[in-house]
Design a binder for this molecule. Structure first.
Ligand code: AFP
Length: 283
């Protein structure tokens, strides 16, 4: 897996440069979830495909920006699922965005995830690498090299609340839960980019990031294989939890389709306990 990590670092440098130099705006095409693709979405996806194709240990790659699985080496062991540029709709307003990678072995579900990597393209370029069974490792890009900063450990109780989704479409029990967190003094931290929003909760010691099922999107918006399950590994290995609306760990989630979405809650243990209580009997 080490060579995959090294290639992801190479990809991060290329996409960081692309973001800073390419023009913005929308392309003529849309992705499998019907989102109109930004030129940066397509260019980032092309960079990743070109680089990962070089690795014989990759069986297949699945991109959020493409409908189909790209088979590469039938006898290889890893399938890499990725969101090339998450938050691309906000990059034209100079907000932080990210790339997310899930490295799966012998299956495409939570239990098969062996490692995850995400990159945040912000005032600094940072990378969080999580191998199942180990604490997440936090790297910072300094002079074109990713330098290890720390291992990440979540507190059992946090201070941040990152509530996703259109509020008018929240179910009543979800609205009551979120309102109670604010009543208890949690601070609102939500940019509309899941990578920096989750990164902040993870690095600032904890709290809650939620993207629930809503009346307009009962299965939520965030994609299981490319976005949710990779972040679930980071939060769980940091000592937190990551669950769906049934209170089940997202590392047990089994998508029925590569582009499936799921309601998701990531956070410290105390906050997730409150989510489970609020959602009990509401699945
Ligand atoms: P884009 O990749 O289309 O910008 O969407 C970003 C995202 O999937 C995720 O990064 C955010 O957490 C989520 O959308 C924000 O969605 P809402 O605007 O509905 O809260």
């Amino acid at each position: 897996m080490e060579r995959i990590f090294t290639k992801i670092e190479e990809i991060a440098l290329k996409i960081d440069n692309l973001i800073k130099t390419a023009e913005g705006g929308y392309s003529e095409s849309s992705n499998s979830t019907g989102d109109t693709q930004l030129k940066l979405d397509i260019q980032s996806d092309e960079i990743i495909e070109k680089v990962l194709k070089e690795l014989p240990e990759i069986k297949a790659i699945i991109s959020e920006e493409k409908e189909d699985i790209l088979e590469l080496n039938s006898d290889a062991q890893y399938t890499v699922c990725y969101d090339p540029l998450d938050g691309s709709s906000i990059v034209d307003y100079n907000l932080s965005v990210g790339s997310i990678f899930g490295i799966y072995e012998n299956g495409l579900d939570g239990a098969s995830l062996k490692a995850s990597v995400y990159i945040v393209y912000g005032p600094r370029v940072e990378m969080i690498k999580t191998v199942r069974g180990s604490k997440p490792k936090h790297y910072r890009l300094i002079n074109n090299k990713f330098i290890l900063q720390s291992e990440i450990i979540l507190n059992s109780h946090g201070t941040l609340n990152a509530p996703g989704g259109t509020q008018k479409n929240w179910y009543p029990h979800h609205k009551e839960l979120i309102d109670l967190f604010f009543k208890d003094g949690y601070r609102l931290r939500y940019s509309g980019g899941m990578v920096p929003d989750l990164h902040q909760v993870l690095l600032k010691g904890g709290g809650l990031f939620s993207y629930p099922g809503t009346t307009d999107k009962p299965k939520g918006k965030l994609r299981a294989l490319f976005e949710v399950i990779p972040f679930a590994l980071a939060f769980i290995e940091a000592g937190g939890e990551a669950i769906d609306n049934r209170g089940i760990s997202l590392l047990e989630f089994k998508p029925s389709h590569p582009h499936d979405t799921t309601p998701c809650f990531f956070g410290s243990k105390d906050e997730i306990k409150r989510v489970k209580e609020a959602y009990s009997g509401k699945e």
